[in-house]
Structures are given as structure tokens and as C-alpha cells.
Design a protein around this ligand. Structure first.
Ligand SMILES: *Cc1c(COP(=O)(O)O)cnc(C)c1O
Length: 400
């Protein structure tokens, strides 16, 4: 194959600005609303909440801060168990530790790569008093929400949705980020839209939204001096960044369409290879296609081992593996990324329980299997179809 490395790096997913963002930022400067108070904040909260059809939004410095305040609103106490998605970014589950709660990791299923409802049901058998379920929608594909919600209802637990990756994705026509009691999205730089950094917490009642806003601004009481009855945080978003967010929302539909066509182009281009794309249930869910990913068929995986910090493989004819593809793409100046390494395999969480569809004895481990065979492909919406076709050719070459 005679392909030269790309001159400009092809990113997994990078910010895409349009000019509208700068107009809102200029407005913030011109009116001197450059700090954590100002009209863009209220407008962004309104736009974000109405987009997902939630009554209240609270603009925060990050999705992680939003998750922390969701955990606080849920009232997690030290030592309390929380059922958490296992295959996700650590930011989903770390806030449970901020409140000294304990994560119980729930295995994934193959249909959407999200929390397996059967494993969740098993977990309630083992830990029946659990009150909170923390659910992420991986790579923008909604989880099996009907099943998960009905299990939560049966066990009188509440759902916190981590929709950081799935803004714009719908389940049975309803936006992710609107199913739980407290829900969050992220505006980190690599997400489908960005504020440069930021997040939004959604609630159903004004009281919770006000509580979160108060906690996020150092928990000042209504007094002439700095009066404190509760622990506060410096978690509020800046009005400048809220301006960027307002500009980005004007282009969200465009980003969604671009991400979808990237997914479809990979699906078509890679269809003859021994792999499948990150799956979703057609007719039931519309992902936002934030990251296009692949899962290599077991029979096409070459010998590989992964230690704690590095991966090795032996290339075999007709076979490949995530590390091989990732290293090959990197040679062409293309970024790709392994699937999130499941939390139950992370040194920091090795002592936390892990529940699969078979209970607590680890005979199956769907998350580990997807991690071993999966890879996130470059899904940047500024990648041209021609560039993507070259990337597809490079991947094909890996299986020769
Ligand atoms: C990005 C991300 C977060 C964290 O959002 P930040 O805004 O970066 O703090 C949380 N959960 C998931 C699943 C994410 O992908």
C-alpha cells in the first residue's frame, strides 16, 4: 500500500468551532460578564434543559462536577453501595468515592455495550438495599432503558444517567439525559459539542437545581457576610464558556449528522472484514454516533497480551488486534483509542464487587471481552470522506 502519513493529525474527536461561539464570547467581554455570573449561563441552562426535555439545568465547570453534585443530591452516605456501569470512563464512577460510597460494578451486554439489565437484576439479589444506579450511555449509544428503569422501579432505586457521551441520542424518541432522577451531560473538548470544558446537571425539581447551584458556588447562605451551613464547591461554569456552548448548540444537529455519516461510512467500508461496529437496537434507539468503534471477531484476533501498562501482540496472517490497528494508524498520524478498560479491572477498584449476568462468580466477563477485541476509530467531524477512505484502507491492510 502506498499511503503517506497524514500531514495534519486525524483526531479521535476534537472541538469543531463555527464562529457563532466567538460572537457570544465577544458579547461576554463587551458587557464584562466574564466570570461565573452572566446572561449566557441562564440561556445555556435553558437551551440545554429544553433540548433534552428536562425542567431544570445547572451549568457547571465539568461533567465530573455535575456527576458529583448528582451523587450528593442522591444523598449517598459513606459506605453506601451504588450500582455503576463497569465499562465506562472513570469519571462516571469516581464521584461515588468523593462521597465515600462504594461502587458495585455491573457487567455490560453485547447489544449496546452498556449495563446489562440481567446483571443489574442479579446485583439487586445480592445487594437488595441499594438505592442508586449510575448508568452511562457508552459512545453515544443508549442503554436498555426500559429494562433498567423497570428494575430500578421494582427495587425502589433511583437512576442517575451519565449522558456525557450521548447528547442528542434518543431511546424510543426520548433524549438520553431525561430518564433518570438526576442526569448529566459533558461539554468536554472531545464531546459532540464543547464549551472548551463544562457540564450540565439536569433535575426535575427547582429545589434540587437551586441546591446544586448553591453547592457549586461555595454554599453561601443568604446573609450579608459569608455564612456557611453546608460544604461548598467551586464548580460553576464561567459565563464566557457558556457563550461558547450557546454557539455550539446552533450546530448540534449538524454534528449529529456528521457523526452518523462517519459511522455509516465505516460500516460500509469495513463490511468485508471480520469485525462488527459498536451495535445499537434499530427501531428502538438512535445513537449520536459520538465514537465509531469496532469489535474484532474472536477468530480474527491474533495472539495478544495486555499487562498493566503495555500491550504486545504477534501478527498472524488474516488476523489483527486492537493494539496492532492502533499502532498502525498512529504511524499514519491517525489517533484511535482502546475501548474504556472496565472499572473492575482497574487497580484502583480491584477490591470492589463486580456482578455479571451469572452473579458474582466471574465465569463470564463481557466487559473484558469487548475491551480485548474493541477499538474506537477516529470519528472527528472534520475528517473528510477521502481521509476516512484512506483510514479504512489502512485498517483493511492490518488484516492481510
Ligand atoms: C467525558 C465523560 C465524563 C466527564 O466529563 P468531563 O466534562 O470531562 O468532566 C463523564 N462520563 C463519561 C462517560 C464521559 O465520557
Amino acid at each position: 500500500m502506498t499511503v503517506k502519513p497524514f500531514e495534519k493529525k486525524i483526531w479521535l474527536s476534537s472541538p469543531t468551532m463555527h464562529g457563532d461561539e466567538q460572537k457570544f464570547v465577544k458579547e461576554a467581554f463587551d458587557t464584562n460578564w466574564v466570570s461565573t455570573v452572566g446572561p449566557h449561563l441562564a440561556e445555556l441552562e435553558k437551551t440545554a434543559a429544553s433540548y433534552v426535555d428536562m425542567p431544570y439545568g445547572v451549568a457547571l465547570a465539568s461533567g465530573t462536577a455535575a456527576l458529583h453534585l448528582a451523587v450528593k443530591l442522591a444523598g449517598i452516605k459513606p459506605g453506601e453501595n451504588v450500582f455503576c456501569s463497569d465499562m465506562t470512563f472513570s469519571a462516571t464512577v469516581n464521584p461515588v468515592s468523593y462521597e465515600k460510597g462504594k461502587q458495585i460494578f455491573i457487567d455490560s451486554e453485547y447489544d449496546t455495550w452498556n449495563m446489562d439489565p440481567t446483571a443489574l437484576e442479579q446485583a439487586f439479589k445480592l445487594y437488595p438495599d441499594t438505592r442508586v444506579v449510575m448508568l452511562a450511555h457508552l459512545y453515544g449509544t443508549p442503554a436498555k432503558l426500559d429494562e433498567i428503569l423497570s428494575i430500578c422501579k421494582k427495587h425502589k432505586a433511583i437512576l442517575i444517567e451519565d449522558a456525557a457521551e450521548s447528547l442528542g441520542a434518543t431511546y424510543k424518541g426520548k433524549q438520553t439525559g431525561s430518564f433518570g432522577t438526576y442526569n448529566i451531560i459533558s461539554y468536554n473538548g472531545n464531546k459532540i459539542i464543547t464549551c472548551s470544558g463544562g457540564g450540565m446537571l439536569f433535575t426535575h425539581d427547582e429545589e434540587s437545581a437551586n441546591k446544586a447551584r448553591k453547592w457549586a458556588t461555595q454554599a453561601r447562605e443568604n446573609a450579608p457576610w459569608y455564612q456557611h451551613e453546608e460544604l461548598g464547591y467551586n464548580y460553576r461554569m464561567s459565563n464566557i464558556l457558556a457563550g461558547i456552548g450557546r454557539g455550539q448548540y446552533l450546530h448540534l444537529e449538524e454534528h449529529l449528522a456528521q457523526k452518523r455519516s462517519i459511522y455509516e461510512r465505516y460500516q460500509k467500508g469495513l463490511k468485508d472484514l471480520p469485525l462488527t461496529m459498536n451495535p445499537y437496537i434499530k427501531g428502538q434507539m438512535e445513537p449520536n454516533f459520538w465514537l465509531s468503534s469496532i469489535l474484532i471477531k474472536p477468530e480474527a484476533i491474533c495472539q495478544q497480551v495486555r499487562g498493566e501498562k503495555e500491550g504486545r501482540y504477534v501478527k498472524e496472517k488474516g488476523k489483527s488486534c486492537p493494539t496492532h490497528i492502533m499502532e498502525t494508524l498512529a504511524k499514519y498520524n491517525v489517533e484511535s483509542r482502546p475501548i474504556w478498560k472496565p472499572m473492575h479491572l482497574q487497580p484502583i477498584y480491584l477490591n470492589n464487587p463486580f456482578v455479571t449476568k451469572e452473579g458474582e462468580n466471574k465465569t463470564t466477563d463481557v466487559g473484558a471481552d469487548i475491551f480485548n477485541r474493541g477499538l474506537c476509530l477516529p470519528s472527528d467531524n472534520k475528517m473528510t470522506p477521502e481521509q476516512q477512505d484512506t483510514i479504512i484502507e489502512i485498517i483493511k491492510e492490518c488484516f492481510k
